[in-house]
Write a protein that binds this ligand. Structure first.
Ligand code: IPE
Ligand code: IPE
Ligand code: MG
Length: 238
């Protein structure tokens, strides 16, 4: 278990960390298990990672759990996966709340199963006044859809074109109020962003690891944080 004292050696931590939790299916295959069992293992890995990030006072954490493209998977996998999210939220909600974590959802709620919608809304409602980590779950999230949704709202409200700037646009995204992403981690050796936070992570650092999500330990996480602290971020300057 990582302790805050080990973290003191890391000079600069990300304010907003986002994770593409990928590789559950391949993990299951490696272990001769069903894909859904891989998703189960992946869901169980969320708690220790959040716990570690919270101990290190990372203020904003965003997890990619289900993309708008993931509806194209077999129906039983989709149903099972979404059910797992519902169970996990219910199981860990009181612990999140006790730790002062504020829960947010990024994406379209309405297409999700009723039970999951209720669990998400319960979590948002219970934790809305918490002032610790903001934990955003991207479920039924698509970066392009998010941008289109923002454009639709801006047009529908008749906002004058001269008022449309980055600040205003930010306030129409699902992530309104959240800071830009500093670091995106993707597990499982894929080198792509798969429609995740394209606007918010425009200047993010990226870290790709071969480790599959269910095997991504606190130790791996610390390795990533250390690597991040050594990156030089220039934002176009010298
Ligand atoms: C990540 O694991 C979970 C979701 C995308 C929902 P995958 O299910 O994508 O695992 P692989 O990529 O098939 O190994
Ligand atoms: C991205 O993983 C989405 C999530 C982790 C939720 P995918 O496994 O769906 O991405 P692709 O299909 O390999 O790009
Ligand atoms: Mg995948």
């Amino acid at each position: 278990m990582a302790t805050p004292s080990t973290m003191k050696k890391i000079a600069r931590l990300p304010n907003h960390l986002a994770i593409i939790m990928d590789g559950n299916g391949r993990w299951a295959k490696q272990h001769g298990l069903l894909r859904l069992e891989g998703h189960q293992a992946g869901a169980e890995n969320i708690r220790p990672i959040i716990k570690c990030l919270n101990q290190h006072h990372i203020k904003y954490v965003t997890l990619y759990g289900f993309s708008t493209e993931n509806w194209n998977r077999p129906e039983d996998e989709v149903t099972g996966l979404l059910h797992l999210f519902e169970e996990s939220i219910d199981k860990y909600l009181s612990e999140l709340h006790e730790n002062g974590i504020k829960f947010r959802h990024l994406g379209h709620l309405e297409e999700l199963p009723q039970g999951l919608q209720l669990a998400i809304n319960r979590a948002i409602g219970l934790t809305k006044n918490n002032t610790g980590m903001t934990l955003s779950f991207a479920l039924n999230y698509g970066g392009r859809l998010e941008i289109l949704d923002a454009v639709r709202h801006i047009v529908a409200e008749g906002i004058p074109t001269q008022n449309i700037n980055e600040r205003l646009f930010n306030s129409y995204l699902y992530t309104a109020g959240l800071p830009d992403v500093d670091l995106v981690i993707r597990t499982s050796g894929e080198f792509r962003i798969s429609n995740f936070l394209m606007w918010q992570a425009a200047y993010s650092e990226y870290y790709f690891t071969e480790v599959l999500w269910p095997d991504f330990t606190q130790k791996e996480l610390e390795k990533v944080l250390l690597a991040y602290s050594q990156r030089q971020r220039r934002f176009g300057r010298l």
